[in-house]
Write a protein that binds this ligand. Sequence first.
Ligand code: ADP
Length: 406
Amino acid sequence: MKLDLSGPVRAALDTALGNARTQESSGNNAEAANAYIKAAGLMENYAAYALTRADQERRREKSIHYLDYARALRNENRRPITSRPMISQPPPRAEVAAPECETSGSLPQEIAALIHRSKITWDQIGGLEPTKREIKFTYGLALAQKPDSIKFAGWKRMLFYGPPGTGKTLLAAATSNGLGATFFNVKVSNLLSKYFGESSKLITALFDAARDEADAGFSVVFIDEIESLVMARGDSSDNGAERKVLSTILSELDGLADKGEDRYVLTIAATNAPWDLDDAVLSRFQKRIYIPLPDAGARRAIAEILLLRTGHQLEYPLEAVVERSQFFSGRDLERLANQAVNIMVEEMNIDIPKLVDRGRDEIQNYRLRTRPLTKRDFDIAFDRIRVDVERYKQLELRYRAFAESN
Ligand code: ADP
């Protein structure tokens, strides 16, 4: 029986590629070329452990690609590449494409629009400490090496549920950034309205790209508003597109699991209405994490991030903002902070329209005047931000009931 050394081979491959990119970014093309040659050998080796022929082929092609790229780095007097090229920035055709940057799908531009290199860090997310810990625990357990003697897979897919605007997208983005992963951010409503007929093809191409990226790193695929695909199944309107997209997502997820690739492609789905999800979806997302409305401590942390870390000063106690914002989501707090700041800035810079009338130079030479935020700024802001407390109370009960029955 062949000993499975795929883990160590992949670790060595990651190191070689990391080294290649570092050298390349520093303009050391010769060293980068050597590292790509090493990576090519390791990728060839890694191909031997692929579970399907298609994956084996893909990895072999990559190996050849690394060699071509190494040759190009050595022979051509090319300009040094300062950062690792992304799928969204394909290099000019005449050049050898930088490794890891081609998509196998036919919709590269659309895929590129869904890719974000997240820069969100955990400390930019206020509160939610137990939730952050649970998320890190979940993917940490899934990604860690397992002793040979035990069978334990862990959860590689997570479902975030909770009221809108509570940080689900932020948490997915921080997960991605924490892993140095490529972040594929799909909002189902956008997908359907923008690429209606093509949505299903786009999903397949997206998972292909996620797999591709994961050959030398990690991918996090975030699917927001997943319930809007399921709800559509129940009604009688023409919802073939939604149905097709959902079944494509589910079969892509199964495909990843069958091939063991979901170890490197983490999928996070998010919903405000988990009770609309049916068994087909729930059974694929067994790790479910509730993202609640922020409690007082979390609201304080979020208000600090939004108001103090952005350099503003307060003449009104932060604690009063925290008390008055019960039942606010993080997004509501963000709107509140923006309102208060806008009120202050507009008041302090009343002549701006006149300056704009005097031309571009005039306005560009003008420096905004500011002052600390006062009770009055917050009074007006609170007046403008209406939160439907009753609705949130009802929702909280439903989330609790969902958590208990699932
Ligand atoms: P969701 O995906 O749950 O609808 P988001 O993650 O998109 O919510 O959050 C919306 C906005 O609200 C964020 O861009 C951020 O400005 C703010 N926000 C929400 N929760 C938090 C939080 N815990 N800490 C900091 N900002 C937050």
